[in-house]
Design a protein around this ligand. Structure first.
Ligand code: DQA
Length: 151
């Protein structure tokens, strides 16, 4: 058996590149670069090679999800605003074969904007982690480890 770490994708959607500057009262002070470094460390401790990506362009996200489907790669997905309306993201998530964990830093269901109360990701998600800040990404990676039975 190979000793190579199993690949896991952490995919972040629009405006999450501005973490740390963007509404810190909601999303906190951690930057996206800091989040990426933490995810890599958390993943490594769980036996994963974590690849963290962020895009403001929906086609990038569809391409990344399609590649994850082709290669059976587990995904931690914060689709940000696309969560609430993108049927392209819905269709791409439907094709995934490995665990898909939906993450939100805030808890969209408790926010006042009604549009945040719908998710196109949830129907395809193995689990949803929301409202736990940046630590939610750690929990999502732990869920993947427990689903895959990695140490
Ligand atoms: C978010 C919640 C979404 O409603 C919002 O559009 C985001 C971030 C979160 O992480 O809390 O951009 O996904």
């Amino acid at each position: 058996m190979s000793n190579a770490l199993k690949k896991v994708l952490v995919l972040n959607g629009p405006n999450l590149g501005r973490l740390g500057k963007r509404q810190p009262e909601i999303y906190g002070h951690t930057t996206h670069d800091e989040l990426a470094a933490m995810c890599i460390d958390w993943g490594h401790a769980l036996g994963f090679a974590v690849d963290v990506r962020q895009s403001n362009h929906e086609g990038d996200m569809v391409d990344w999800l399609n590649a994850a489907a082709d290669k059976d790669i587990p995904v931690v997905l914060n689709a940000a605003a696309w969560t609430h309306y993108s049927y392209a993201i819905y269709d791409a998530c439907a094709q995934l074969t490995a665990p898909l964990i939906e993450v939100h830093i805030s808890e969209p269901l408790e926010r006042p904007e009604v549009f945040r109360h719908t998710s196109v990701v949830t129907p395809h998600a193995t689990a949803v982690v929301a409202g736990k800040g940046i630590d939610g990404y750690h929990e999502a990676l732990q869920v993947i480890a427990s689903k895959l039975g990695t140490p």
